[in-house]
Design a protein around this ligand. Structure first.
Ligand code: DC
Length: 235
């Protein structure tokens, strides 16, 4: 797509397939894919490593003190897969564990954490040409994104999808553990004070429970092309 560049926001609950769809769409249109959840996971991983989270409590003053020294970057590996780096260290594998998943919603409810990451995400999208997935992309990070999708999916499917993903990484978990984690995260993410997960008024809701990944990506790609063409007619 060599025409006008836009930003594409993809939001939704945990494990609705956002990142899979976002990555494929970004590849298709030649845009940069940004996984905003990985950034919240990176800060959570740091807090766990440093003992800032203990017995399910976060010692907020220590986290706030450390925040300015945390530098999060994305780089592709030799296979072209996006890897998350924290202060120069590749932590892609570490941030995907259930341990991080169990604490990330608490960390992402902290105002100062969100302020830092939202500013970074907005900076990444200032030149446009970005597909970003998360919880508040269409509402807070890119309220002016030219196209916004809100993905929904059956809970059973989400649980199995996440379990299979973890299993493929050698992490053994039961469906019950995954379901409890998804329910808890959905609840905290939707009820926090700072930019809670909610569908932007102008987002297109997509239920991907019944449709194959190929068909879904094809449909969304078509909507993106239509939007770009519409904007080009006006420009
Ligand atoms: O997309 P994910 O499951 O890797 O995200 C992990 C957590 O990060 C999610 O439970 C809530 C938080 N998050 C957020 O608050 N805002 C975002 N834009 C992205 C993720």
């Amino acid at each position: 797509m060599s025409q006008k560049q836009i930003n594409i926001a993809i939001d939704g609950y945990s494990s609705c397939g956002k990142s899979t769809v976002a990555k494929l769409l970004a590849k298709r249109v030649g845009y940069i894919y940004i996984d905003s959840g990985a950034m919240y996971r990176a800060i959570t991983y740091f807090a766990l490593q440093r003992g800032i989270i203990k017995d399910k409590s976060i010692y907020k003053p220590s986290l706030l003190k450390a925040l300015p020294s945390l530098h999060i970057r994305f780089k592709n590996n030799e296979k072209g897969q996006v890897q998350t780096y924290l202060n120069g260290e590749n932590i892609e594998k570490e941030i995907r564990t259930m341990h991080v998943s169990a604490h990330v919603s608490q960390v992402s409810a902290i105002k100062e954490v969100r302020e830092k990451l939202v500013a970074l995400q907005q900076d990444m999208g200032k030149e446009k040409g970005v597909v970003m997935d998360g919880r508040d992309i269409g509402t807070t990070v890119f309220p002016d994104a030219e196209i916004k999708f809100f993905l929904v999916s059956d809970l059973d499917l989400r649980v199995e999808r996440r379990r299979a993903e973890l299993q493929a990484k050698g992490i053994q978990v039961t469906s019950k553990e995954v379901e409890d984690n998804l329910r808890k995260r959905d609840y905290i993410d939707s009820n926090r004070e700072e930019s809670p997960l909610t569908k932007a008024k102008d987002a297109i809701e997509i239920d991907n429970s019944e449709v194959s990944l190929e068909v879904l990506v094809e449909q969304l790609h078509q909507m993106i092309c239509d939007k770009v063409n519409e904007l080009c007619v006006k420009c």
